[in-house]
Design a protein around this ligand. Structure first.
Ligand code: HGY
Ligand code: MN
Ligand code: MN
Length: 419
């Protein structure tokens, strides 16, 4: 496998990521770029301009997914797609998602400059709402592209301020009948480059992670209903304290998750108490659950038994209990053939690599249902992500981009179609 590009093709990559991080940048160094907000829209327009300057054909689909295309000689052949997302978690880092979009953009630009038009069309995509950090739904962009979501699925979904996804989409200039439909039936392969967001590569001293599988995950919205009452005059024996119930549940969740052992993880990322006043017993508590495992049956049984235990706690305290699952993705295998191609690209560049499971969810999970999909990782310093401390070195970022470009070259310029 002859690498078509040398590393100098990606020299600008770290700088471009820093520029992109300017959209939604916060004082403390984090980035908050939520779907359909002004900073998200500005980031997409910035990328569209960079794609256009690189000589790619650009287009948005109706959801706001941004594509850059390098048309292939055989326009009927399946499209080779790379990309990721530029929406972030609140106060997130500058590499999660953005790295795969910018590296993909630079790989297509460099392949165009160096190798001309490909045999098969090559595209890079910046997908919408991978995180699910503004709306209670994740993978909105890749879900629309792969048919998991229909366009009306955005109705009735609202953010914390009560703005619906459909309204926000229209405010950002998308969601119009006249715009390009989202569903793609022409994708032959999807390869996503991403930071690892974990500590495995750093601990094992490897440069590239070859993802064999991505964990399954369930996300829930839980509501506990008790009775708001006076903090001074209500005896402890007469309370229906929703927060005390939540505290007991969260302690049990941690005990159960530790007892289940790795790779099961369970997280309560958000908890709100109402009315949230120091001298009022909380009458209502809402919290989120994020539970993951790489085995579907174990994930299913842990969620089922944990929610049953929560209901028992609620009953014992005279609390109302309601849980709604708003995200359920199954553990997903990546394509062996594509992963082997990535492995050979690492060997050709003498990059050390290792196969691994991803504890983070990714858009590649959605594409894997409709075409061969693969992922490669570069190390995250200290395994930190979803934080302003998220960091990968310029060498790590450019090494990953070069291996991605090698793989895209084989798939789009190679004589025979590799699966
Ligand atoms: O939460 C995740 O797994 C990913 O960062 N969306
Ligand atoms: Mn993320
Ligand atoms: Mn991500």
């Amino acid at each position: 496998m002859r690498p078509p590009l040398d590393m100098s093709a990606f020299a600008e990559l770290p700088g471009l990521l820093d520029e992109l991080a300017g959209f939604g940048a916060e004082e403390g160094g984090g980035v908050t770029r939520l779907l359909y907000t002004e900073s998200w829209r500005a980031a997409q327009l910035f990328l569209e301009e960079r794609m256009r300057v690189a000589g790619l054909e650009t287009r948005f689909d109706r959801a706001g997914n941004l594509y850059g295309r390098l048309l292939g000689a055989d326009s009927a052949a399946p499209v080779v797609l790379t990309g990721s997302h530029v929406d972030t978690v609140r106060s997130g880092g500058r590499y999660d998602g953005s790295y795969g979009v910018v590296a993909g953009l630079m790989a297509l630009a460099a392949l165009k400059r160096t190798c001309g038009a490909p045999l098969r069309t090559l595209e890079v995509v910046s997908l919408c709402e991978e995180e699910g950090s503004r709306f209670p739904l994740a993978y909105w962009g890749s879900g629309n592209a792969t048919g998991v979501y229909g366009f009306d699925d955005g109705e009735g979904i609202a953010d914390a301020d009560g703005i619906t996804l459909a309204e926000a989409m229209r405010t950002a200039g998308f969601g119009l009948e006249t715009q390009t439909p989202c569903l793609r039936r022409d994708i032959g392969a999807f390869v996503e480059l991403h930071i690892e967001q974990g500590i495995v590569l750093e601990r094992s001293g490897r440069q590239i992670g070859l993802v064999e599988a991505i964990v399954g995950q369930r996300r829930y919205a839980v509501t506990l209903t008790g009775a708001s009452n006076h903090a001074g005059t209500t005896p402890m024996s007469m309370r229906a304290d929703a927060l005390a119930g939540a505290v007991e549940m969260l302690a049990l969740l941690e005990t159960r998750a530790k007892a289940a052992g790795d790779p099961l993880v369970a997280t309560v990322g958000r908890l709100e108490t109402m009315p949230g006043t120091p001298n009022v017993i909380p009458g209502e508590v809402r919290f989120t659950l994020d539970i993951r495992h790489d085995k579907e049956l174990k994930l299913e049984s842990f969620c089922r038994d944990t929610l049953a235990a929560f209901e028992a706690i609620a009953r014992s305290r005279g609390l109302g209990f309601e849980s709604r699952c708003w995200l359920a993705t199954k553990p997903t295998q990546m394509d062996d053939g594509l992963t082997g191609l990535l492995e050979r690209a690492c060997l050709a560049r003498a990059n050390s690599s290792r196969r691994m499971v991803s504890g983070a969810g990714h858009d590649a999970q959605l594409f894997a249902a409709v075409c061969p999909a693969a992922m490669l990782f570069v190390p995250s310093r200290g395994g930190v992500s979803h934080s302003s401390d998220e960091y990968s070195t310029p060498e790590q970022l450019t090494e990953g981009a070069a291996v991605l470009a090698d793989c895209l070259y084989e798939l789009a310029y190679g004589q025979e179609w590799r699966r």
